[in-house]
Design a protein around this ligand. Structure first.
Ligand code: SF4
Length: 670
């Protein structure tokens, strides 16, 4: 692989982003010099974000983990001594075996999220290891749990409108998403559609860059998307904008949905959400009158107590208004449902019926779970920076009787609390197979450089641990080639897909690259229909589906804190590269009422914890809302706490998702 000359090699970005850019990497003398986009993936069309353009800083920066090491100082100080891989894996295998023998498999908790991992580095040999150990299982609920449950309940795993097809839309509604920060390739498509006469509506508590270019911006109070969507549904039914013929042919539960929307007049929704009733009506009329109309539903609306119902109500809109059956019409959430490949099936082991841990409750579990977690295995994740109730997570990681192993690419906030750190490869150093969740494409990536330092890939390390513990079986797929072959063999089109991955280097699911909803595919539900009031979701939601739960704010903590993504990090990835202090943002009126000015040092506190940082005034936020972005690390604030310290570990109405935007805070001058 090492070369004395310069090579330009293909790759694919697997980061937690809808787009999955096709890349070309310039490698000189075995080092990555430059990363650029290519046109192989038509959606990403040759340009990439600045985050990945700067990836060499991640690869070769000071925080990169270069060899295995074990703790020699206090937990949290990040003081480690070097080990060999053999020494580290012997130690780890011994601890895994010991904990299982003395406390049972459930005392082991694997903690991974893996939004930035493809089919090969998540849920393959790692699943094999933890299933055979009888470890606790993790419900990966920190993101997309409620939205996933809502879309599956209503439509099954029906893929969304291809982002490329938005150029055909006459109305684009971007709800709870900020493509300027995440999924940037949608932005030029929307701009092109606007130049062709399409209208743009953005629903977001913040005036995002797209909101500034929109025909209409609705800024609901966080947690009130549900009443807004229900008011739109009610208006459509009342005004003749509902497509009853389509509903009769293709949906169940329309009458029940209409009844549940009945209490939500425009005026009541306006009062609850803080949006003008006239603006909600304008959106309703635009939506009823525009053809094709598409809703780009994001994840911002899910991160609160009403998140599942809100998403279900938003996704019900194209059914009620009959917006399907035309190119550029319908909805997009995640397109991952287009793919039926299942890496966990390669584990060769059924999931055991062991304890299922909601990852939003890990802090609580580490402090008082029964049986107690004795070995925490963190990989593809940085829980201290990403989970709610950060101070509980931190206190849990400080437990002296907890053995924590962190397998990561860089020294994260979590890794500083580890007993054992293991260096992981990045996507430029290992094999990967990645499908998008915005683009429908599946692409492959091969290593373009040798591993930096002694970093090793996930599939190798978990396979090695299986062998050391005697948990492997002859003939099981373990290498990337074997895993890829076994995975593609799950599809009837496996050979064809293999050939397409070889050339042109990209393949698409059975439904194709740009399928049209209700033309090329229909809901893969048992009866092929949309279920507007799925009984299982109605039973699961604490007060029934579409029931609004009031704002959790109090007189002491009246401000709603939101923590959206920025264009600096991908979730918390790359946080080590941004050392500047990050301010909390507030509307000038809220700041003025508290005697605050930009640059003041403040204490932001909630019932869960406090953050000390600077404040910045912003007219882009609505009154009553403060903003501290997600993805920041301890070095970005004055006291080492982030927005996660302010977030409760309460759960969404569906699927136990995280309620980051239910953080209610007060801000005081320090
Ligand atoms: S993070 Fe997204 S936009 Fe950036 S290179 Fe990766 S896929 Fe492309």
């Amino acid at each position: 692989m090492r070369s004395l000359s310069t090579e330009i090699l293909p790759s694919t970005c697997p980061l937690d982003c809808p787009d999955t850019c096709s890349l070309e990497v310039t490698v000189t003398h075995g080092k990555v010099e430059k990363i650029e986009g290519t046109h192989r993936n038509p959606l990403t069309d040759g340009f990439i974000c600045s985050k990945v353009r700067r990836f060499p800083r991640h690869l070769y920066g000071d925080e990169r983990l270069l060899q295995p090491a074990r703790r020699r100082g206090e937990k949290g100080r990040g003081d480690f001594e070097k080990l060999t891989w053999d020494g580290a894996l012997d130690l780890l295998a011994e601890r895994l075996g010991e904990v299982r023998a003395r406390h049972g498999g459930e005392a082991i908790l694997p903690l991974s999220y893996g939004g930035s991992n493809g089919y090969l580095t998540q849920d393959t040999t790692d699943a094999r290891l933890f299933r055979r150990l009888g470890a606790s299982r993790l419900a990966r609920t920190v993101c997309a749990a409620a939205t996933g449950r809502a879309v599956s309940g209503l439509y099954g795993k029906m893929p969304g409108v291809a982002l490329e097809d938005y150029v055909h839309s006459r109305l684009i509604v971007v709800w709870g998403a900020n493509p300027s920060a995440t999924g940037i390739h949608l932005v030029p498509i929307i701009r092109q559609a606007q130049r062709g006469g399409a209208r743009l509506v953005v629903v977001d508590p913040r005036r995002t860059p797209l909101a500034k270019k929109a025909d209409l911006h609705l800024a609901p109070r966080p947690g009130t998307d549900l009443p807004v969507a229900l008011a739109l549904i009610r208006w459509l039914f009342d005004s003749g904008g509902a497509d009853r013929e389509f509903l009769t042919a293709h949906a169940t539960g329309a009458r029940e949905l209409e009844q549940r929307a009945e209490p939500w007049t425009l005026e009541r929704a306006a009062e609850t959400s803080g949006i003008e009733a006239a603006d909600i009506e304008t959106l309703a009329r635009l939506y009823a009158d525009s053809e094709p109309a598409v809703i780009r539903c994001g994840w911002g609306q899910e991160r609160n107590r009403n998140g599942g119902s809100a998403t279900a109500a938003i996704l019900a809109l194209p059914a009620v208004a009959g917006k399907f059956g035309v190119r550029g019409g319908g909805f997009t959430l995640s397109s991952s449902g287009a793919w039926k490949l299942d890496s966990a099936a390669l584990a060769g082991e059924e999931e055991p019926a062991t304890r299922l841990v909601n990852m939003n409750k890990v802090g609580e579990l580490l402090l008082s779970g029964e049986p107690a977690v004795r070995l925490l295995f963190v990989y593809n994740a940085n829980p201290l920076a990403t989970l709610p109730e950060q101070e509980k997570v931190r206190a849990g990681l400080e437990r002296e009787d907890l053995f924590t192993v962190v397998f990561d690419q860089v020294m994260t906030d979590t890794a500083r609390y580890a007993d054992l750190v293991l260096p992981a490869t990045t996507f430029l150093e290992h094999h990967e197979l990645r499908r998008g969740y915005g683009t429908m494409a599946l692409q492959e990536g091969a290593p373009v450089i040798e591993p930096v330092g002694e970093a090793r890939p996930n599939y190798a390390i978990f396979g090695d641990l299986c062998r050391r513990l005697g948990l492997d079986r002859p003939g099981e797929p373990g290498s990337p080639t074997e895993l890829t072959r076994a995975l593609l063999a799950q599809s009837e089109r496996g050979d064809e897909m293999r050939a397409e991955l070889d050339a042109p280097g990209i393949t698409y699911p059975d439904t194709g690259r740009t399928p049209v909803q209700f033309v090329d595919h229909f809901p893969p539900t048992a009866d092929g229909k949309i279920h507007l009031l799925p009984p299982e979701l109605d039973r699961e939601a604490p007060r029934g589906l579409y029931a609004y739960q009031e704002d959790p704010g109090t007189d002491a903590t009246p401000l709603a804190l939101i923590s959206p993504a920025t264009n600096r990090t991908v979730s918390s990835t790359f946080g080590q590269l941004h050392r500047k202090q990050v301010p909390v943002e507030m509307h000038p009126a809220d700041a003025g009422a508290r005697g605050l000015q930009t640059g003041d040092a403040v204490r932001v506190w909630s019932r869960s914890g406090e953050v000390r940082c600077q404040v910045r005034l912003s007219h882009d936020l609505r009154r009553g809302v403060a903003m501290l972005p997600k993805g920041i690390w301890s070095h970005n604030t004055l006291n080492g706490a982030t927005a996660n310290a302010l977030a409760p570990d309460t759960l969404t109405d569906l699927a136990g998702g995280a309620c980051f935007n239910d953080a209610r805070v007060e801000v005081e001058k320090l």
